[in-house]
Design a protein around this ligand. Structure first.
Ligand code: PLP
Length: 602
């Protein structure tokens, strides 16, 4: 049994968690559908009135073989007026995912203690983990008895090396008689017991995991086809959040009490899960932020402000979300650096020859969406990263639209920054990730100042904590990080290659179904896509189409999708955008197609 003296508690507290609680996270927004923008929609109408080019049947994805193979990416130029080609085969497909066999567990085999061997190892984190593990080593009920007045009895300091943890189901958490216990724990703690890819992808069973899908909207069963905007949450994520608040809620990294330990452990385990999920080399590379937008702003404001010089160039693609445009514009104004934009062809594919021409010694950063949120193009990020690296440029990949749909391994990809939002991968809103190479985080200045990100503060000067703490000022979004960890566990059960394969079958089905509708113009017919199907309907404003679909119980996004330059490339201000996830089914696509036909007849 572990027992601690008051002195020891005080020592631990001052060494590891010497700060008082800091600020709080931002709240959430939301609201009704935006009003119809007549200007935007009349433009969309004008565009579709031009004779719609029928989609050649060869453009439909043919996805009938294992797709993820370890292949070095081949840089294959894409002609602007490229002849129609079949959907790429397996080896080329691999290049979109980092040119690798996906591996959630790269470099992360769980240690006997249940913590991966490559865990973050920061002094605060290690110290707290050792402390948490020392508590777990003892029987919790006994240890409670040992502290009847809150006074510890042990005199020996726990160390990470000496700590062991029993992670067997039912032993890893204290009994909580006043609340129903979960068995197994709602956020699994042992990777080996939750091996990824172990659960067959039975879509009906998947759907049962998502309570929100089983409701009627306007009297019709809900069809959720707004997954590019946000994904729905499985019960395990909902349970993890409520379990955290019912049992473990505490501030983290600063209290020497049991709940602080549990909350810290949940938060840091979530960080480890993200590291595994991205194949990052260390948990020190994982910074928790609010989402993709905040992650890109962080990089722009820290790395960008420090390293960009006048006449340096930042290269973006035409397909970027505003979150990967505006933060750069803000910093360019301060630094005198410039933006260069890679064009796309009429399918919405990157023109690699043009990209090659843009790259040069002035290129400091290439920042790319892994997939376009407005038209679904999957960018050849492996080739594009390699090309950028020839000029010594840094590469940032915005994974908001791929994280739930295609696997990635940042080490194999060779990128410098990878960012995503938890809510796009069945996790909570308000939590997201910046993954960055450790050596970059070391030299980047902090972004926000406050609690948790310091080593020592005097009125004269402050020294900063090591990454990732350096970039996590104030009280972080603890519960939602735990929820994100649960979401990654959920996805891992099926394995992203299986999810990607299923979604591509669904995409092929949907592409064909929509392309058979007269007067419907599909926008974005890239040969490599995620499940985003943007379209406009002849003589129908997009917002009106969105609202009419809603009346049929079908949720899609209608508007500019926060990616105006990408739609303007196709002469449009807005599209209707159904987007898929692996809980969608072909009969929902049929319902969408039928509803569109009814709208056309109105
Ligand atoms: C490609 C892309 N980047 C960035 C974002 C912004 O994500 P968030 O609003 O979660 O920060 C989105 C959201 O749709 C997106 O699709």
């Amino acid at each position: 049994m572990t027992s601690l003296t008051p002195d020891h508690i005080a020592q631990l507290a001052s060494r590891l968690y010497s700060e008082s609680p800091g600020g709080h996270g931002a709240g959430l927004g939301g609201g009704p559908l935006p009003p119809v923008d007549p200007a935007a929609d009349s433009m969309a109408r004008e565009q579709v009135q031009a004779p719609a080019t029928p989609l050649p049947p060869e453009t439909l994805p043919a996805f009938d073989s294992p797709i993820f193979q370890s292949q070095a990416p081949a840089v294959a130029p894409v002609a602007s007026a490229a002849p129609v080609e079949a959907f790429r085969g397996p080896t080329e497909f691999g290049s979109q995912f980092g040119g690798h066999a996906p591996s959630f567990g790269a470099g992360s085999s769980p240690s006997p203690s249940g913590f991966p061997a490559t865990s973050s190892g920061g002094s605060q984190t290690d110290g707290l983990r050792a402390f948490v593990q020392s508590i777990r080593r003892s029987d919790f009920r006994s240890s409670t008895e040992a502290f009847p007045n809150g006074e510890p009895k042990s005199t020996s300091a726990p160390t990470a090396a000496s700590a062991t943890t029993n992670h067997a189901p039912g032993n890893s958490r204290p009994a909580a008689p006043q609340f129903p216990t979960f068995d197994p724990a709602p956020y699994p703690r042992d990777d080996a017991a939750n091996g990824y890819g172990a659960r067959p992808l039975d879509v009906d069973a998947v759907r049962r995991d998502f309570p929100i899908l089983h409701q009627r909207v306007h009297g019709r069963p809900l069809v959720w086809l707004d997954n590019a905007a946000t994904t729905q949450k499985p019960q395990s994520v909902i349970d993890a959040l409520s379990y955290f608040y019912e049992h473990d809620n505490s501030n983290i990294h600063r209290g020497a009490h049991t709940l602080a330990g549990r909350a810290t452990e949940g938060f840091e385990q979530a960080r480890d899960k993200v590291r595994d999920f991205l194949g990052a080399s260390s948990s020190k590379e994982i910074v928790f932020v609010r989402g993709t937008t905040e992650a890109i702003n962080l990089v722009a404001q820290t790395w960008g402000r420090k390293f960009l010089q006048p006449d340096d160039e930042i290269v973006l693609s035409t397909l970027e979300h505003h979150a990967n445009i505006v933060p750069w514009q803000l910093i360019l104004k301060e630094t005198g650096a410039r933006l260069r934009v890679i064009p796309v062809n009429d399918r919405g594919e990157i023109i690699l020859e043009e990209y090659q021409k843009i790259l040069g010694p002035r290129t400091k950063l290439v920042a790319l969406a892994h997939a376009s949120n407005s038209i679904g193009t999957l960018l050849p990020i492996a080739e594009m990263t390699q090309m950028a690296k020839r000029y010594g440029a840094r590469v940032l990949i915005d994974g908001a639209q791929t994280v739930a749909h295609v696997p990635v391994n940042v080490q194999q990809l060779g990128s410098d920054f990878y960012v995503f939002s938890g809510h796009k991968i069945f996790g909570p809103t308000g939590i997201g990730v910046l993954q960055a190479r450790e050596e970059l985080l070391d030299i980047m200045p902090p972004w926000q100042g406050g609690g948790s990100m310091i080593k020592n503060v005097t009125f004269e000067d402050t020294t900063y904590a090591d990454p990732p703490a350096k970039f996590e000022a104030g009280t972080p979004n603890i519960a939602d990080a735990v929820g994100l960890g649960a979401a990654l566990d959920y996805v891992r059960q099926f394995g992203l290659p299986n999810i990607a394969q299923y979604e591509h079958e669904l995409l092929a089905y949907a592409t064909e179904a929509l392309s058979r509708i007269n007067g419907l113009r599909l926008i974005g017919t890239a040969r490599e896509k995620v499940g985003v199907l943007s379209f406009v309907l002849q003589d129908r404003p997009t917002i009106e189409v969105g609202r009419l679909l809603d009346l049929e119980g079908i949720a899609v996004r209608a508007g500019h999708h926060c990616s105006q330059p990408s739609l303007r490339r196709f002469g449009l201000e807005a599209t209707v955008r159904p987007s898929l996830a692996f809980y969608n089914k072909k009969d929902e696509i049929d319902r969408l197609a039928d509803a569109i036909r009814r709208i056309q007849r109105r």
